[in-house]
Design a binder for this molecule. Structure first.
Ligand code: ZN
Ligand code: ZN
Length: 792
């Protein structure tokens, strides 16, 4: 028997491919986790070796062309994680590999794409193929530029490649990088006379600069490229010696309260791997994180702290950096590729041992990782909706920690129903923090029945009389108003003929932005100028239904002309810097009223914020999402937590609602989180909903609605039935067409007792997809396991 390599490729293919080594004496197991170059469908691409297998006959098996890495870039435990993600989330191995390949290691950054002319004249051309018609054919385009001009995603490009409409090739140029800090040893050599002017300049620079050199400094200030440094090194003129950062020990001191210290000790001494810190707002979970991270640093280990993207600010970094100077890497989406690459290598080279990042930082091959913290674990941004794999970072963190034998700490003030049920069944060890470090003020929460307010005329615009008066009374302090909908109104309707403006590409109405005078689709970002005259009847009267924050701002300006208002939403906060600046001017007292979407639920901390008015919560409470109540509860408790945060402050919260009798409000008003979660868990259990069962949606998309419905029905009819899952008739979603793709949903409910790991159903579904590849090839299929964001 002879050994062969099992290789996966970063294309949407759920397969391991077999290759042999060109060097028969090479120990193959050393190649696991390394990238190799292979010939694949007559093209040269990068693959990752994930296993060794043995085979009797080696003839007919292709050889790999080259090994790209000296050290594995993904260790064996993370290869197991990769396999688990592909299994549990029913994704292809190839798509899952993309998660683990940072963009500078992913071949796509070095790919070129060519459109095949012949493919464009085929009889059956689908919409994807149409989208490449405008691209000049038979010419190699940079992958990124091709993607930009066609607006296609990676999966769609993979599909076009599979059907032969495009060719993809890779440049074989190896990516080179320099150590972050290094010294240069100079060698005298006659060869230098033959150097190009550029190399001469670089060589001279090094002769005159014998001390430690910082990589970025060279690159930026002296216009020296990595390539020229590497060239000089290869000519034997210089040698680079890496210099590691000295650890600074003068970190700031912090002290744990009695309660914090008890929780820390309990976690420290516990033999359990999975923990949960349930701490009320302001109870100082972070201090416990610090202490746990410090322990790991003292053992020479690394820690990973995952937070929702929106939290990743320079303030957070500074806070961590003060405690762990020169040891913190912060990974956020605003890093440029160069910064990202530099940080990545500092982490894998153990220069930085505390990694702070959004969900994608889970896939960095952090050496000696022994502690994973997932803060605000309930946050729905931990779930990736697109592209596949549609994973939940919280759950992947738990699986990773088990694989690498690390401790995993989840934390929040309002646990998710999933985690709450995991306290009850003993999966998570629960630790509670009930005391705030700084004693906060008192908050009185009241409901305002908007139906009766409207009936008795006790309203001004969108404000109840009571809220209006409260704003007037609070004018010396800070007021916060919550309206989660952006724009002016959800509908723009002709008052005379009733026609509502809708999207050209989706079956949905267009949202009206009065300030910019345009209508916008929330699904495909289609934008249309607003016309003053109805296209259908010529009327000039319009109704605006379901108001958003632009309308509230307009009302506020009218009702309170003297008060200064600041509107905060995802349009006004594009970068974390914006939020920092806003925070500063609010703290300086430049505003009386903060009008915000859910963006204000997180992190805002102001003195004298004594009034909160909740204007639009009903639309979120009444949706067909079974998690609606849970999400509302979390959102409301977070924003209420912003009020009266300082001792002796007295705060008031007024919630305007059309359904004051909804039981959710009782739990909110009395702050009974545990009771709410118990109640919610009971309801879920009765209706056999998650976490009691596992729910999976299969979303089918097609430009042809008849074909879509036929396929959906065929799957429903032919997909095998079994006793461990329920399978429902195809559902037509509320928004039936998005971006010209019609949608149909198939819903599966899996009995977790009978398919604990998810493997049974995953195999069943994957087999079905392979067996019916032909019929399904016209569709786009999105599989979403444990969906959080409502797709219906
Ligand atoms: Zn009209
Ligand atoms: Zn649209």
């Amino acid at each position: 028997l002879a050994e062969v390599l099992k290789i996966i490729v970063p294309l949407n293919l759920d397969k391991e491919f077999t290759y042999k080594h060109y060097n028969p004496n090479q120990e193959l197991s050393e190649l696991i986790g390394k990238r190799v170059l292979i010939e694949f469908n007559k093209k040269v691409i990068t693959g990752l070796v994930i296993a060794i297998d043995s085979q009797e006959e080696l003839s007919g098996i292709n050889e790999i062309l080259d090994v790209l890495d000296e050290k594995p870039i993904i260790d064996t435990k993370r290869i197991e994680l990769l396999r688990w993600i592909a299994m549990y989330y029913i994704a292809s191995l190839g798509d899952t590999l993309k998660l683990f390949l940072p963009e500078f290691l992913n071949l796509r950054s070095r790919l070129f794409v060519k459109v095949n002319t012949l493919a464009l004249f085929k009889n059956s051309v689908d919409d994807l193929q149409k989208s490449i018609r405008k691209v000049e054919s038979n010419v190699w385009h940079k992958y990124s530029e091709f993607k930009e001009s066609t607006k296609l995603n990676d999966n769609e490009i993979d599909y076009l490649y599979e059907i032969g409409s495009i060719d993809i090739k890779e440049t074989l140029k190896e990516i080179q990088y320099l150590p972050t800090n290094f010294k240069v040893i100079i060698f005298e050599n006659l060869q230098k006379t033959k150097l190009s002017p550029t190399l001469k300049r670089v060589y001279k620079y090094f002769i005159n600069k014998p001390d430690i050199i910082h990589n970025s400094l060279i690159l930026n200030e002296n216009k020296i490229t990595t390539k020229s440094v590497k060239l000089l090194e290869s000519l034997g003129l210089i040698e680079l010696v890496e210099v590691r950062n000295e650890l600074q020990t003068n970190s700031i001191k912090y002290t744990l309260t009695k309660e914090q210290s008890k929780v820390y000790q309990n976690i420290h001494q516990s033999s359990n791997q999975l923990h949960y810190i349930w701490g009320v707002t302001g109870s100082g979970k972070t201090i416990i994180y610090f202490q746990l991270i410090l322990d790991e640093l003292n053992r020479g280990n690394s820690s990973l702290v995952i937070v929702p993207e929106i939290f990743l600010s320079s303030q957070l970094f500074e806070r961590f950096n003060k405690v762990f100077p020169n040891q913190v890497a912060i990974f956020h989406s605003r890093l440029n590729p160069k910064e990202r690459k530099e940080l990545y290598f500092k982490i894998v080279n153990k220069e930085l041992k505390v990694v702070l990042g959004a969900r994608s930082s889970l896939f960095i091959n952090i050496p000696n990782l022994s502690l994973i913290i997932v803060d605000e674990e309930f946050d729905s941004s931990y779930k990736q909706d697109n592209p596949s794999p549609r994973y939940n970072a919280r759950d992947v963190a738990i699986v990773l920690s088990k694989l690498i034998n690390a401790k995993c700490i989840l934390g929040s003030a309002t646990p998710s129903v999933e985690s709450f049920s995991n306290f009850e069944n003993g999966t998570l060890e629960l630790h509670k923090l009930n005391e705030r470090i700084n004693k906060n003020g008192e908050v009185n929460v009241k409901l305002i029945d908007m139906v009766s307010a409207r009936n008795t005329g006790a309203i001004k615009q969108e404000f109840s009389e009571e809220l209006y008066k409260a704003i007037v009374n609070n004018r010396e302090n800070l007021t916060m108003l919550f309206q989660n909908r952006k724009a002016y109104s959800l509908y723009h309707q002709c008052s005379d003929c009733g026609v509502i403006e809708t999207c050209d590409n989706c079956d949905t109405t267009l949202t009206y932005y009065k300030n910019g005078r345009y209508l916008k689709c929330n699904y495909c970002n289609f934008i249309k100028k607003v016309s003053n005259v109805c296209n259908l009847c010529g009327s000039t009267n319009f109704d605006y239904l379901k108001y958003g924050n632009e309308k509230i701002e307009e009302d506020l300006n009218e009702l309170f002309p003297k008060l200064k208002i600041v509107k905060i939403d995802s349009d006004s906060i594009k970068r974390s810097k914006d939020l920092t600046l806003l925070n500063k001017s609010i703290a300086e007292g430049k505003f009386n009223i903060i009008l915000g979407t859910q963006i204000i639920a997180k992190g805002l901390d102001f003195r004298n914020l004594l009034l909160l008015g909740v204007l639009g919560i009903d639309s979120q409470l009444f949706s067909n999402d079974f998690r609606a109540k849970e999400k509302c509860y979390q959102l409301l408790s977070q924003i209420i937590g912003r009020v009266a945060r300082y001792p002796d402050e007295k705060g008031l919260v007024l919630i305007q609602t059309n359904s004051p009798n909804n039981e959710l409000f009782n739990f909110v008003i009395e702050g009974k989180t545990k009771e709410f979660l118990e109640n919610e868990l009971l309801i879920r259990k009765k209706s056999d909903l998650p976490p009691h069962s596992r729910m999976i949606t299969i979303e089918l998309l097609d430009t042809n609605v008849q074909r879509l419905e036929k396929t959906a029905l065929a799957i429903y009819t032919h997909f095998p039935r079994s006793n461990y899952y329920d399978f429902f008739e195809p559902i037509t979603p509320n928004v039936r067409r998005i971006n010209n793709y019609y949608r149909s949903l198939l819903l599966f409910k899996i009995d977790k007792q009978k398919d604990k790991s998810g493997k049974k159903f995953s195999n069943q579904m994957k087999n079905y997809l392979i067996e019916n590849k032909e019929e399904l090839s016209r569709l786009r299929i999105r599989i979403n396991v444990d969906f959080i964001n409502n797709v219906i």
